[in-house]
Design a protein. Sequence first.
Length: 275
Amino acid sequence: LALNLRRQRRTLRYVPESSQDKIIADADVFETLLKTFKALFINDFSRQADILALLPEVKCQYLELLTVKQKRSKVNSCDHQGQHVFSPEEVLFNTLGFTVSRDRSSLVSAGTGVFVTKGFVPKGTVVSMYPGTVYRKHEPIFFQSLGNPFIFRCIDGVLIDGNDKGLSRSVYRSCSRRDQLGPFHMSDESWLTATPQNPLAVGQYVNNCSHEKAANVCYQEFDVPGHFPVELKQYLPNIVYSHDIDSHLRCVVLVTLRDIKQGEELFSNYYTVVS
């Protein structure tokens, strides 16, 4: 407790129990994630053979999508040696029209921040995700929380640990590998590295707004529906701490409050009361 009192509680929100934080509809969040993850999957198509071998119907659907995107007349197999592979950031730009990345914050004492490095982001757009291990109320998070400025509190008390170092890192990797089903990854570990395969998974580094830097994004909670495609779960940067939970996976996305231009840093408000 003493260790935590010395640090700013960066992501703790104080909100009434009846509050909702929906800036855009859940359906819009779902469609954005689905569109982005499908593009990432197709871009990495040649490495998805093990998954597609178990999902023949899905394989045919992606073959058709790949044909359209690559402007080919025929696609005969899963082995596309001639396919040009883009970086995740390029896929994001080609899909949503912008890229985001971590860099030194424009705030002197803030350390790392998140910037729109290319393109344009319209108001009401999902611009990043808050990765990490998801804890229900009363689940053990004490030791992970010591000196940890990346604990995000949801409206209903669910916590997301977005720290990519130390014990938090080890817990996430352990839970992720625990839930893997054969070739099917239920979450994405790459956000723990400098090169995440899901380029949206940098939201834990979005800094708090200041008098000089007004908030231009806000957090929005999103429960991943049960019908989310299993082959795309490998891009979800969240995992539950307890695998026996009979509920949807909680994710948090960051949604733009205004149009954001190339070169701008993202700022949120950790203490906004949502009503």
